[in-house]
Design a protein around this ligand. Structure first.
Ligand code: SF4
Ligand code: SF4
Length: 146
């Protein structure tokens, strides 16, 4: 839960740091939209159904990437995300997720492992919020009550 008075203020700085993959190593799931699946499957030269069989775990209402036993993500290689140009929208939008922008506390907790937060150019809050809105649109069940 977040508090309305707790939102991240205007003027946040962020610049993803070259060589960093910390957000890919955090606990949690990567949820997928239909467009994410088609984009990644196409990028890998796979059919949608082959991609689903190999990489997707379905719950009743949602789809997410399977998590391998010995790694945090099938696509995380030594040199970074192996599907970078086609990575899921959840990964693309990080750290501008609604639940992070809506809470200074969550933003500060994220900054502990994301070295890009606080660096680089000032990001207009409208740009960050547009990313967050894409997340809301992509995952309506997840953000239904936000
Ligand atoms: S943790 Fe932050 S700096 Fe590192 S890859 Fe993710 S977004 Fe970029
Ligand atoms: S799909 Fe790519 S960006 Fe997303 S968690 Fe996996 S390795 Fe990281």
């Amino acid at each position: 839960m977040t508090d309305d008075n707790d939102t991240v203020a205007n003027g946040l700085r962020f610049e993803c740091q070259p060589g960093c993959t910390e957000c890919c190593r955090q606990q949690g799931f990567v949820y997928l939209t239909e467009a994410d699946i088609v984009r990644a499957a196409t990028f890998l030269g796979m059919t949608r159904s082959a991609f689903e069989r190999k990489y997707i775990y379905r719950t009743r209402n949602r789809m997410r990437l399977r998590v391998p036993r010995d790694a945090s993500c099938h696509f995380l290689h030594d040199c970074g995300c192996s599907i970078h140009r086609a990575k899921p929208s959840q990964c693309r939008a990080f750290p501008f997720w609604p639940e992070l922008l809506e809470s200074q506390r969550e933003w500060a907790k994220t900054a502990v492992y994301c070295p890009g937060i606080g660096k680089g150019p000032l990001i207009q809050i409208k740009i960050a919020e547009a990313e967050a809105e894409d997340m809301r649109q992509g995952f309506p069940e997840q953000y239904l009550f936000r």
